[in-house]
Every structure is written in C-alpha cells, then in structure tokens.
Design a protein. Structure first.
Lengths: 449, 449
C-alpha cells in the first residue's frame, strides 16, 4: 500500500474511470472531474465507433478484477467479414480462433463509472477544468473560460481528458514541450443496422464487417441488442466524399450504386446520414507526459491515434498497466514512477500511432485484393508450422502483450520478407510448397545477420 | 491600388514591420500591436543570434524601396572562417564572391519600425493581444490574460507574432488544424567579442566565424561598432553541455581547453555566460495559415525554424514578397490571395525547415572535416565550369530566388551524386581531373531518366 494521496483525475472516460479504480485500490482518495453531464443519465450521441477490446485491454481490466463485468457487455468477433460486390469472404483474426470484442462505447463507459464508484472514487460532473497549476497540482474550475474560477488543490493530477486535453494544453505552454497534431483528410459518420424484429442480428454476429472501397470504407460492429453500429470512413473532399453527398437522393444513389448489399439493412440511411455529425480523425503526439511528481497525462490526452487498428482504448488501458507496474516497483517515489512511465510508453504509443495510420490502407483497399489475401494465407501457414519463428503483425499487436514498438519493427521486417516471397514465379500455385517455406526460413536467417 | 482596408498586424518584429510598409503602400490603414515596449526605447536583451540577410531578404526590402537604408547597417561576409585548433581556413560562400550580410537584430528592428512609421503605419506598444475572433477579425486586448479585455475590430488581421503566436494559438483550436512544435536538445547562449580599443574588429570583419566542435559550436558575426556577437550552440545535457558548466571555473577551463583561441578575444566570458539566458531552439509547422479573408499568419508565427541556414528572417520576408505578388494578381479578392499564399509558401517553408535542421551537422561537424572541404572544392570547380548544370545547394538557398522546395530536392540529388564521386579511388589526387568531371556529367544525365 502506498502513502495515501488526494488525487484528481480530469476526464471520466474509459481510461479515467479505470485509473480511478486502480488508484482507489492503491489506497488513495480519488476525485474524477468531467465537463460533460453524467453519461449514465443522458442519451449517448451518434458519433462513436464501436470499441474493439483485445488482449491489452482485458489484461488491465482483469488485473483489477473487473474483466468479467465487462465481458457481459462484449460480443466476440473472431474474423473479418469482407463484403465485395455482394460476395462475402471471411478472414480469421488469429491463428487459434482468438477474438476481439465489440463493445458500445456508451455502455462500457457507464459500466466503468459504476465500477469506479463502487471502488470508492467520487465523480463530479459538469465541472469544467480550464487551467491547471502544474507545480501546485491545482485545478481551476469554473462555468466559463472567461468567468470566475475556483482553485482546488490536490497532491496529484491525472489528465485523462482526451485528444483535446486542457491539462496538456497547460503543459504545451512550457518550454521544451514537443507536440504535434495532424488531421486526416478522411472523416467518419455513424450509421446503424437495426436488429431483426425477433432481436437477432441481420449480419453474422461474430464478425467485424468491412466493405472495402479503396479511398473509403464502411464497417459494422455488433451490439448486444441485435443492432450493428456502422461507421462510414470517407474523404471530406473529392470524388467519393462527404462534400459530394449533399442531399437524400445523392446519399441513397451512392449507397445503391456502391454498397448495394447494405441498402436493405440500413433503413434509416439518409436520416442518420444528415442527423449524425461528420467527425474528424487526428493523430496527436507529445512529450513529456508528466510534470515532476505532480501531473501526468494518460490515454488519448498524450497519444491520440486514428482508429484503424482498434487499439486506442487498448493502448490507454495498457498505460495504466505499465503505470501500475512502476507503482509496485517504486513505491512512493512518484517522480521516479512518472519518469519511468513516460519513458517506457512513449516509443510504444508512437509505434501504435504509425501502425494505426498505415492500417487504413490495409482495411479499405488491401482486404479487397486477392494478392493480399494470398499473402495472409502464406503467413498463416508458415506461422502455424513455425510458431517460434513467425507471429503475424496483427496478432502481435492484438493478441500479445509484447511492446508495440517491437511489433512495428518486426512487422516491417516480415513485410520485406513477404514482398520477396510474393515475387516468386507462380506463387499463386505453390504458395503452400516446401520451396516457399524454405525461402521464408532463409530470408529470416539472413535478416538476423 | 486596392480597396483600402483597416488592417491590424500583431507583432512589431522584422516581418510585422516590413509587412506594415507593404500594406501602407497598397493604400491600407495599418495598426501594428506589440505586447513589448518600443524596442527603440529599451536596451535589447542578450538573447539574439545576429541576422544574416541574403538575397531573399534584400529582394523584399528593395521592392518596397528600403533596401539601401538597411545596407547602411549591414556588414558583408563573403566566406566562412573556420577555426580549428588555432588554425584558420576560409571557405567562400558563393561562386562569384557573393556575400551574406551581418545585421544586429535590435538595430534592424529599430530601423524597420522607423521606416514603417515613415510609411504611415501606427504602432501600439505594450498592448497585449490575448485572443482573436477569427470570423470577425477582432482583437481582444488587455493587461492580463484573466483580466478585462477590450475588443477592437478590423477588416483583417495578420499574425506576425512569432513562434509562440497568440493569433495561431486561436487557429490551433479550430478543427482540422495541423500543428507541430519540436525542440532541439541543443540550446544557445549569446557571448561577445568587443572591439579593439581603436574600434577595429579583433577578427576578420568580413567573415562568418565558426568554431566547429562536433556536438557543439561557437559562431561569431561582426557588428558595426567593431564588436562581434557570438553564439554558443551546445546540448542542454550530457558531456559537453550547458548543464555541465556550472560555475566560472568550469566555463573558463572549458574554453581554455576546447576553444583556446577565443580566450583572448572574449574578455567577459564567465560574466556573460551566467548573465545571458540559455535559449531554446524550436521547429514549428502548421497548416492552414489563413482564415477566410480575415486572418493570416506570416513569418515565424507559421513556420519557425532553427537558425542553422541563416534563413529565418529571409523566409519571413519572402512570405511578404509572395503575398504581394498575389495581391497584384488577385486585386481585392483576399480569399483568393490568402489561399494562393498559403498553398505557395507551405511546401517551401517545410523545405527550409528541413534544410535548416540538417545544417547544424554541416556547420558543427562537417566544416572541420577534410573530406567535406574537398567535396565543396569539387562542387565549386564543376559549378564554375558548368554553371548551367550545377548550382550548389548553399547558393540556391542563399543567393537565388528559386523555391526552397526545389533546393531541397535538387540538393538531395546532388548529394547522391557527390557521395558516389567521393568513393572514386584516389579522389584526393584527381579531384580536379577530367575523369571526375565526366563522372559527374554522366551521373547527372542518368538521374534525368
């Protein structure tokens, strides 16, 4: 048990709520602030991509004893279902039937806040933090940015207030603070596939559905009530773009022509399209993440990534796993804990940012490509025969706890090997031959020099 | 002549003052705001690197008729003077005796404000802009960030308020605004070589002096009064670092050992070392630079770079040249002017950021390297014989008006060619042979495919 501290957490999202549970269990007093109303008392807005919980997320939940509560609201997906021209191909995610788990963000967030309250954390909603005195761990709370503020002092402050964090905003104004934010020219919009009248799912329930269309794509993830939350990713401008779809008729014609098999299952297409906002996608990086032993950023507040690897929440939860490991190691020396935490996490969150950015192309284009699917088959076969020599990149990111930075580096090496393998004459015919297997082994060996 | 507008410029530095002259001459009413006192009435602080005006800067000054006033306070430097172990090597900057010009930042800034006032711009000092309403081109002016503000409305606002621009700060909070700031682990400190008692310079007056030391370096640029402004660039942490020099004795011993020929000419070394601040070096990039036809960023406010190519001010002045070209082309259509301006400048300021970042290594390490100097000699010889085929990178950046992005691309191509040339056996002996010349010609030809 650590010396008990008074700790404030800014942001009651998934990472803030889970962190509250960890800090309560370590013996601290925990106040969680959020500028928004209690998500348990309001309708959640139509601007979310369903979450895909995978091994890193489960580890952080299980270690603090809340994994099973969350499993009750999760639906396993063991494969991609790839929709091409009304045709359907399945591509398993793991080598051994592993799944990722679809969870509605709103449902999970409500559950996490309940669990944190049960653990003894106190929540303060509709409290807006406008500024933080870093050296004093003091929050400035008020109705408006230009109005009266109340100063509330803590021993320590965590900023888990997301990609547009106010806590980070203050740290940004320190000298020597590295920072970047970069928006994609692609945005996203939520759509919905309702349940059948009998409550069953209209598409295969245990799949992550993708309609890969090159520069845009549609995905659908299952919900407990039989519905699917769909997300349309599409450029803001250009030929196939949000800007080009200006009225009901244009939207309906576009889906009829380009996504014909979705027309029957998305009945409220045009209504949802114009009712739901078009959201942006940003990659945000910064450093340092901590200020002395007083303030630390965590989750999206210090490493917001694009959603194409399904790792945003998982990476944020893994921040907590790592922070907790250093709490165990360094006891009450929070200066040391914070330094070790930011040093350990930064290269890994940079790596998952890069992998996530690259994965848009894989999802939206390559999954529609025969040569890509062959590549995956060759990798899968080799990996099954030589599990000690080859863990596919997706599995290393999603179904392991190895550092993301290692996944990026080994993934690049594997890609170079597979590029060579795919150049072999008649690879389509001999993909499962001893020759191909031997080629991979020799390329792996030569890369070790 | 354009339709006259009421224009506010935030920031009375070099770019703000020159922009004021251009806008006055175009017929507008111009108010220039600065949060600091009038620089003409105060002692300028010891945290500046002397400026090196080159062709891009002169062009912008001459086009509005103020170049000759500035030439009166400038000292030409036609070469690098490279100090290695009390030995001195000269390396001419241009192929035809071209110079860059040393100017004290304070002296130039005072002159520019005088010239802008003569042109009819009005200056308001010690007026702090805390926020800008972008859509209304309205400044929020007040004593303190949390105090009362006065709203002052204009037709248009320019933010020339430097790397930590408040105008940009507001634009950053818009969606889809890309932004990055990255600090070097190297800082800098101003030192001083005073004039001889008779007012003459203690070192060659028409040289840019460099003491290249690998991970750190000292430079000295001449002033009109016989002194030199020196700048020590050095890592913050590590073996040879600001952190390692903690008292007078350590500083004096360090210079005695590593920079022995400077000891006699920097009499107030330890005093200046501890009196003057250690400043940071940042590269800042962002996009977009403009908001509708209402607000535009210019100079360091939208592209702060490290000083190792001597192009910071020159790039800012070139922003004005390009903006003015579009004013001539598009008349009163400021929306079009702003869009064309940011689109034209962004790839070029990104390129000079990259070139400036790379040039630290050239100045601090390579200038001490025989092979680098041989490389320069080969380039110079080839360039003199074939001026149509080869303009060295430094000349293209410094003594031409070709786009920076072109300089970066052609410079990379030239580097690849010179890398191959330097691998020729016995290059040291045959560097001025027909064989080497022929090799370069054939490599240039093959690169054109």
């Amino acid at each position: 048990m650590q010396n008990p501290l008074n700790i404030a957490i800014v942001g009651s999202g998934l990472v803030g709520s889970l962190l509250a549970i960890y800090l309560k269990k370590a013996g601290h007093s925990v106040h969680v602030y959020d500028r928004s109303p209690d998500i348990r008392k309001i309708q959640f807005s139509g601007r979310s991509i369903n979450l895909a919980m995978s091994d890193r997320g489960w580890k952080a939940l299980d270690a603090v004893g809340v994994g099973n509560s969350v499993r009750e609201i999760a639906i396993p997906m063991d494969k991609r279902a790839i929709h091409i021209n009304k045709d359907l191909k399945f591509q398993p995610y793991g080598l051994n039937g592993e799944s990722i788990y679809s969870i509605s963000r709103g449902t999970l967030n409500r559950k996490m806040i309940d669990l944190a309250e049960e653990a003894g954390a106190e929540f303060f909603f509709e409290k807006k933090i406008w500024d933080v005195n870093l050296a004093e761990a003091t929050l400035q709370i008020g109705e408006t940015e230009r109005g009266e503020w109340e100063a509330v002092k803590y021993d320590m402050v965590f900023g888990s207030d997301g990609a547009f964090s106010r806590v980070r905003h203050r740290m940004q104004r320190q000298s020597m603070f590295d920072y970047s934010q970069e928006f994609l020219p692609t945005g996203y919009k939520e759509l919905n596939i309702p349940a059948n009248p009998d409550g069953t799912h209209r598409l295969d329930k245990n799949s992550f559905h993708i309609w890969p269309k090159g520069d845009y794509m549609l995905i659908a993830l299952p919900n407990l009530d039989g519905s699917f939350t769909c997300t349309l990713f599409m450029p803001f401008e250009g030929e196939n773009s949000f800007a080009s779809l200006k009225d009901r008729k244009q939207v309906e014609d576009f889906f009829e022509k380009n996504l014909p098999d979705t027309v029957d299952v998305i009945p409220n297409l045009a209504e949802d399209f114009f009712k739901n906002p078009t959201s942006t996608l940003v990659t945000m990086k910064c450093f340092p993440w901590t200020f002395e032993d007083k303030v630390a950023l965590i989750g999206d507040a210090c490493h917001a990534i694009v959603p194409f690897y399904g790792q945003g929440m998982n990476a944020g939860f893994e921040d907590i796993t790592i922070l907790h490991e250093f709490m165990e190691e360094f006891g009450n020396d929070w200066d040391k804990i914070f330094k070790a935490y930011e040093r350990s996490r930064k290269p890994n969150t940079d790596a998952i940012a890069e992998l996530s950015y690259r994965n848009f192309m894989e999802m939206s284009s390559k999954t529609a490509d025969e040569s890509f699917l062959l590549r995956k088959k060759i990798e899968k076969r080799f990996s099954e025969k030589h599990p000690d020599k080859w863990l596919p990149l997706y599995s290393r990111v999603t179904f392991s706890h190895r550092p993301y930075s290692e996944a990026l580096a080994i993934g690049d090496h594997q890609k170079a090997i597979m590029d060579e393998v795919m150049l072999l004459p008649n690879i389509e015919e001999k993909w499962d031959s001893n020759e191909v297997e031997g080629k991979i082994i020799s390329l792996l060996a030569s890369g070790k020099k």
